[in-house]
Write a protein that binds this ligand. Structure first.
Ligand code: CP
Length: 364
């Protein structure tokens, strides 16, 4: 490992340098120190669980973003590598999933690792085994577990029962932290370009990429774990949040209360007005979550509250983007898909890069 120059060492070395050479040495010190700082942040992620977005510091998030950019380059140029050869990921999904489950599996396979998949009906959970016992068993066979569970708080409970890392792939109406990370990567990539998203080297770089942006979340903000995690992430930065939903699907009060700070501002709306559309840099659309309603009648009353059409896009900036964690039902008209502002399929692709970064840093 490169030695870090102390002030005395720098003086001694500088005595033999011309001013130009001293500048070059200073720049080299800075680069060395930045490299060491980065490696210590990466080290801080090794072996850790991710149950909520609050588990991560901004510096750790910047490290994940930077690594995700590198994963995108690697997949584009060579498809992957063998860094995680010999490591095993177990995915435990007790709720349906296409994107999260498959992208975590692809993320592991592209780095040379292997995957075991478990679901509720194929595991001894069907015989009444507790979640804690199930994950304690599975960690005997694998290096990391990715868990989706219908109950809020289940991921933290499972992680507490384990010695190895667990990644929360969605716990009921609670959180979906890896989705928030891929949403963040997508927001910066789409609004600032790949040159910026590939170089998110620090908390400062993250803050500057997000400064002044308006992110409007629309749909089922009560039950949508993706918007819960994304709000908790974005509220750390200088952004304007707009929450648009029917009254019965409002963002939980404690999340709204925390989304107003020194930097972040937020407002709540029950209509997606032309003014809100015109000022939005990101329109983050969510599905009304039928599975969280007590009755079909209650679901039917709000299921089509907001439908994004090409006319809706016509009221938005040319530089704005529409995101959706997917799956979608009716809330985005398929006629929007051809609009360059429809970024939800690119968002889904970014999920694999971000999850590759997470596995790489956690299993390192
Ligand atoms: N965004 C998301 O969580 O999608 P899946 O339910 O398909 O995993």
């Amino acid at each position: 490992m490169a030695e870090v120059a102390t002030p005395n060492m720098r003086e001694a070395v500088g005595a033999h340098f011309t001013p130009v050479k001293r500048m070059a040495a200073g720049a080299k010190d800075e680069a060395t120190n930045a490299k060491l700082a980065r490696s210590s942040i990466a080290e801080s992620l090794r072996g850790t669980s991710l149950t909520a977005i609050g588990n991560l510091s901004n510096a750790q998030i910047a490290e994940i973003m930077q690594t995700a950019g590198q994963m995108r380059d690697m997949v584009t140029t060579s498809g992957g590598d063998e860094l995680l050869k010999g490591k095993i990921l177990t995915t435990v999904f007790y709720e349906p999933s296409t994107r999260t489950n498959c992208s975590f599996q692809a993320a592991m396979l592209r780095q040379g690792g292997s995957v075991i998949t478990v679901n509720e009906s194929s595991s001894s959970a069907a015989k009444g085994e507790t979640l804690g016992d199930t994950v304690r068993c599975l960690e005997c066979y694998s290096d990391v577990i990715v868990l989706r569970h219908p109950r809020s708080g289940a991921a933290a409970e499972a992680a507490a029962a384990m010695k190895k890392p667990l990644l929360n792939a969605g716990d009921g109406v609670g959180e979906h932290p890896s989705q928030a990370l891929l949403d963040l990567f997508t927001i910066i990539d789409e609004l600032c370009g790949a040159a910026v998203s590939a170089k998110l080297e620090s908390e400062g770089a993250l803050a500057s990429a997000l400064r002044g942006k308006t992110v409007t979340m629309v749909g089922d903000l009560k039950n949508g774990r993706t918007v819960h995690s994304l709000t908790k992430l974005l509220q750390r930065f200088d952004v304007n949040l707009r929450f648009v939903s029917p009254a019965v699907l409002r963002m939980p009060a404690e999340i709204v209360a925390n989304a107003q700070g020194e930097k972040c501002t937020r407002t709540e709306h029950d209509m997606l007005t032309p003014e809100v559309l015109a000022e939005s840099d990101i329109l983050y659309v969510t599905r009304v979550q039928k599975e969280r309603f007590d009755t079909e009648e209650a679901y039917n009353a709000v299921k089509d509250s907001f439908i994004i059409t090409p006319e809706t896009l016509g009221r938005m900036k040319a530089s704005a983007r529409v995101l959706h964690p997917l799956p979608r039902i009716n809330e985005i008209d398929h006629a929007c898909d051809a609009d360059p502002r429809a970024a939800y399929f690119r968002q889904m692709t970014n999920g694999m890069y971000v999850r590759m970064a997470l596995l790489r840093l956690i299993l390192g």
